[in-house]
Ligand binder design. Structure first.
Ligand SMILES: [Zn+2]
Length: 111
């Protein structure tokens, strides 16, 4: 599924794209800001990483930084789920950027 998003064959709410990665909003957000970053090359999970993937992994983390800055996030989580028991639901490597709780708190709570 994420291979098809990477190729552009499936639509997604893309917020960032480079030659190596694509970032798009999670369709079932678990935080006010929830963006996924995937490598365009197919890697099943963190458990399948080899040294050949070093460039793609670095590009993912740099993209996470740029996406978070673009979303105005000051503090946020960068998360990899690994395997079904680790909560990974799609077998194409992806990291989650989660944040925006403070920034999106209702005004009445910002006392
Ligand atoms: Zn894939």
């Amino acid at each position: 599924m994420f291979c098809k998003i990477a190729e552009g064959a499936l639509p997604a709410d893309v917020v960032f794209e480079s030659s190596q990665v694509k970032a798009f909003r999670d369709i079932h957000p678990k935080a006010p800001i929830h963006v996924l970053v995937i490598p365009k090359v197919h890697i099943a999970s963190v458990a399948a990483l080899t040294a050949a993937h070093d460039g793609a992994i670095a590009a993912m983390l740099h993209a996470a930084k740029d996406v978070a800055a673009g979303e105005g996030l000051v503090g946020y989580k960068v998360l990899f789920n690994v395997g079904r028991e680790g909560g990974q639901m799609v077998d194409h490597l992806h990291l989650h950027i989660l944040g925006g709780w403070k920034e999106h708190k209702p005004k009445s709570l910002n006392i």
